[in-house]
Design a protein. Structure first.
Lengths: 273, 278
């Protein structure tokens, strides 16, 4: 009994070592964001300063238009996710029922292609339609990220739901839309939540589309925080505060929706092989 | 009940099922249109465009494979290819080994396991640009916290991403920090399906922990490690945000991978097709 207890305590400390780079990083990030420049420039480094520089956060919102960019991020991620769910959930259902494996492969390849390769063609397309300068190019190009995730997760979910219920509904005279809407969709609700969360996170984190397509008014948060670097002198405090503001929403989502994220990522992963 | 079950499998009902088989294509159609527009069209357009000389505002002309020949003769392209290979191999090997090890640890029982695992997966979902900027500050040769930590254990200060020799390993460290959790989760999923019995008999036969891992666990989780490796390879090849945010391919071109090289090509950045506007 004692040896088993010791064993568990030893494992606990091993796990602590494994987790330590993550803990130290986020603690240091928080520390940087709450220090005045003089403390951030101190050597040896100061972990907990005497005075907290709360104004770093205020400065990010006041001087760097972060309210606007936060709104842009919500708009782009929100629209791209809603649109992806509207087209992707039925598509996942159709592909699962049609057993259209080739369609699934296209979705997989889309997930594998670097985002960069979509930029030039879509930019020219947006220019041609006259959307450049608005927020729409970003919403549309974020579909490159969100649609494959949603379709991929939903194929897995609908394949796992039994078809017998749908057949029963069909015999009762329901048409295919009614079957989807009233039978398949309610069962797949957990899957929709998984797809929603993953789409939100990957769209929110996207950077490469924004650096090219966004202008001063349509920037999303990842681009906005990166652009803080281009100022003459980079102050570590406000920059860290900005970085934390950008990533805090997804980190909070990760902590609360842990189970769904793990489920979505590993299910897709194991299928993907 | 048994009769009913049998009846539902009879020929008559199967026929009825086929007749009533719903048409699923309308469900796929909207997504198909979207995928054609934002995914397939760019692929096709890129291939077509690669056979043309095209400067915006000046029209275009067909040049066949000349663009490819140009790429072939560009030393920077080959250099970036080598960097990509170097970066990718390290960003696959390190997370796969560390991730598999962490999975073995998190598969065991110990206090606060769930809580520690929740913390461990956080980097995976964090915004790459945001964390890259913080890593850049931590890598700072004079004021960075990493060199301070090294000095505590007597290791001389490093130049990390500011030195051509250490820039790629430093970037790989960030990539490893961020993506080891995904490997851990996939392998952990594999470990959950490993049966208990073989270990009991192995223990009776006197196999030690390493032998149990080597001859029982490893063969059983190998497929999961394989899948994790494939996914990691794809993601490492795609890696852009971390490198671009931290070094933009520098110092010089020391960390310029294919993605960064393509992004900084003159046609992309200077001749007005697309240019970051800030």
């Amino acid at each position: 009994m004692t040896s088993r207890l010791l064993n568990r305590i030893a494992l606990f400390f091993v796990a602590l070592v494994i987790v330590s780079p993550v803990v130290l990083f986020f603690i240091w990030m928080l520390s940087l964001s709450l220090k005045f420049e003089i403390d951030n420039g101190a050597y040896p480094p100061i972990l907990i300063p005497d005075r907290f520089a709360w104004q770093n956060y205020a400065q990010v919102f006041r001087e760097n238009d972060f309210f606007l960019y936060f709104l842009n991020s919500i708009l782009v991620t929100g629209s791209a996710t809603i649109l992806a769910l509207l087209v992707g959930v039925p598509a996942g259902y159709g592909i699962a029922r049609l057993k259209a494996d080739r369609a699934a492969i296209v979705v997989m390849i889309a997930r594998m292609t670097p985002g960069l390769s979509y930029l030039i063609p879509l930019f020219l397309l947006f220019q041609w339609i006259g959307l450049v300068g608005t927020i729409w190019p970003q919403v549309i190009i974020h579909l490159v990220v969100t649609v494959p995730i949603v379709v991929w997760v939903m194929i897995g979910y609908f394949e796992a739901t039994p078809i017998e219920l749908e057949e029963a509904a069909s015999i009762d005279g329901a048409n295919s839309w009614q079957i989807f809407r009233l039978v398949a969709l309610p069962i797949a609700k957990p899957g929709i939540i998984v797809a929603l969360i993953l789409a939100v996170i990957f769209s929110w984190n996207n950077f490469v589309f924004g650096i090219v397509l966004a202008n001063h008014e349509t920037r999303t948060l990842p681009v906005a925080v990166y652009n803080m670097l281009s100022y003459e002198q980079v102050s570590w405090g406000p920059l860290s505060a900005a970085a934390l503001v950008v990533t805090a929403p997804v980190l909070i989502l990760t902590l609360f929706a842990q189970r769904q994220i793990v489920e979505g990522l590993t299910a897709g992963a194991v299928k993907g092989g | 009940m048994a009769d009913l079950a049998q009846a539902s499998g009879s020929g008559e009902l199967v026929g009825q099922r086929l007749r009533l088989a719903p048409n699923y294509w309308p469900f796929v159609l909207p997504a198909l249109i979207v995928v054609l527009a934002v995914i397939i069209f760019p692929w096709a357009f890129t291939i077509w465009m690669s056979a043309n000389q095209w400067t915006l505002g000046q029209g275009r002309s067909f040049v066949g494979l000349a663009n490819y020949a140009h790429l072939w003769s560009d030393e920077r392209f080959w250099e970036s290819l080598v960097h990509t290979l170097y970066y990718t191999v390290m960003s696959v090997v390190a997370p796969v080994i560390l991730g598999t090890f962490s999975a073995l640890v998190f598969n065991a029982r110990f206090p606060l396991r769930g809580f520690l695992r929740s913390i461990f997966v956080m980097p995976m979902m964090a915004t790459p640009v945001a964390i890259s900027l913080v890593w850049t500050m931590m890598f700072h040769p004079q004021l960075g916290v990493l060199n301070y930590l090294l000095s505590l254990v007597g290791i001389p200060a490093q130049e990390w991403i500011f030195n051509p020799r250490t820039v790629i390993p430093s970037l790989v460290a960030v990539e490893t920090w961020q993506w080891t959790p995904l490997i851990m989760l996939i392998v952990l999923g594999g470990l959950a399906s490993v049966p208990r019995e073989p270990y009991e008999s192995a223990e009776i036969d006197g196999a030690n922990v390493w032998q149990q891992f080597r001859y029982l666990t490893l063969p059983m989780i190998a497929p999961f490690i394989m899948v994790a490796t494939i996914i990691r390879t794809i993601d490492a090849l795609k890696s852009f945000d971390i490198i671009y945010a931290m070094t933009q391919g520098g110092p010089g071109t020391a960390s310029e991978t294919i993605n960064i090289y393509l992004f900084t090509l003159p046609s992309l950045t200077t001749t007005s097709v697309i240019r970051p506007r800030w």
